[in-house]
Design a binder for this molecule. Structure first.
Ligand SMILES: Cc1cc2nc3c(=O)[nH]c(=O)nc-3n(C[C@H](O)[C@H](O)[C@H](O)COP(=O)(O)OP(=O)(O)OC[C@H]3O[C@@H](n4cnc5c(N)ncnc54)[C@H](O)[C@@H]3O)c2cc1C
Length: 290
């Protein structure tokens, strides 16, 4: 395996960038992956309550941060992360983004507050709905399943399911999508109004034109991969309100995985994210040097 990074940082907001700044200045090989357009900072109109910033737009501060960490030596990749896994044998992390795979000795999760999925349909079902193909796909071996979503994350979930069954349908729910990968041959563009108990299979998906389809399992993967999905994929502990649990050094319960910023709790503020990012950066330097 070539090109192994010391750390991969997922997230280019204040937490991820601050962690990256410390790491590159300590000569660590850093890849920061972020996706423009997702994340809180870039949405802030005007910032007045952070030291040294008085009136700048969140977008400008965001871009300055990305340029700063890049100029200091980090590799920066503007793509959506679609999957993360841990290769225990080699003690490496594997991150998929934009159709590529990257490996690192440590991982920093700085993806911000969990994005609410924009499910505009009702979910009214007893069993057969999951949010993680890698975790639950096995239960649907050779069964008929569907993935709901339109992004890289949904495509990756679709691909995971192809390992257990040939009968996978992508339900786009009438959302715009990037070009579908070739392995997705079966897709449905109609808008979903409800997911309810099926008559012949676990789940019935009802469309707005009154048609319906039944599946043994439906995997919801709308929007980007967020803290919930990553938590399950890596086996991280999280709080009841969905934040990743870390210690004072930003270390999670999995050795080599750190989490900083909004992803690990309130207050949702730049000052807190920067402080967390600094701690995560220093902790990872320590971890790598051991
Ligand atoms: C409208 C608004 C106004 C605000 N105003 C202020 C203010 O005035 N002062 C203040 O202190 N705080 C303010 N905040 C809060 C502040 O923006 C956040 O607390 C701070 O940005 C958190 O930093 P973060 O790095 O943890 O996450 P974020 O800034 O949310 O950054 C998350 C990063 O993760 C990346 N990411 C997420 N998922 C993926 C994925 N699947 N693949 C690749 N990249 C991914 C995003 O692209 C982004 O780079 C405001 C927030 C909002 C929404």
């Amino acid at each position: 395996m070539t090109n192994i990074f010391d750390t991969i940082i997922i997230g280019g907001g204040p937490a991820g960038v601050q962690a990256g700044i410390y790491l590159v200045r300590a000569n660590k090989k850093v890849l920061l992956i972020h996706k423009s357009g997702i994340g809180s900072l870039a949405k802030a109109n005007q910032i007045e309550n952070f030291y040294g910033i008085f009136g700048a737009s969140g977008k400008d501060v965001y871009l300055t941060g990305i340029n700063q960490v890049k100029s200091l030596g980090a590799s920066v990749f503007d793509e959506e992360v679609s999957s993360v896994s841990h290769d225990y044998e080699n003690n490496l992390f594997e991150v998929s983004a934009g159709g590529k795979e990257f490996h690192s000795k440590s991982l920093i999760l700085a993806m911000g507050k969990e994005q609410k999925t924009n499910s505009d349909f009702m979910i009214n079902v007893n069993q057969g709905v999951s949010y993680c193909a890698l975790c639950d796909g096995f239960f649907y071996k050779n069964k008929k399943v569907a993935v709901i979503g339109e992004s890289e994350f949904a495509f990756a979930e679709f691909k995971h399911l192809l390992d257990v069954t040939d009968d996978v349908t992508l339900l786009l729910n009438a959302k715009a999508h990037n070009i579908l990968p070739k392995y997705i041959r079966n897709n449905e563009e109609s808008k979903i109004v409800e997911i309810k108990n099926g008559e012949n299979r676990n789940v019935k998906v009802v469309f707005d034109d009154a048609r319906s389809q039944e599946f043994d399992g439906v995997f919801i993967a709308e929007g980007s991969i967020g803290a919930s999905a990553i938590t399950k994929l890596l086996g991280l502990t999280k709080t009841n309100d969905g934040h990743i649990v870390v210690d004072e050094k930003m270390q999670t319960n999995i050795n080599g995985v750190f989490a900083c910023g909004d992803i690990n709790g309130t207050p949702y503020q730049i000052a807190k994210a920067v402080s967390d990012g600094m701690k995560a950066g220093l902790s990872v330097i320590n971890y790598l040097n051991k």
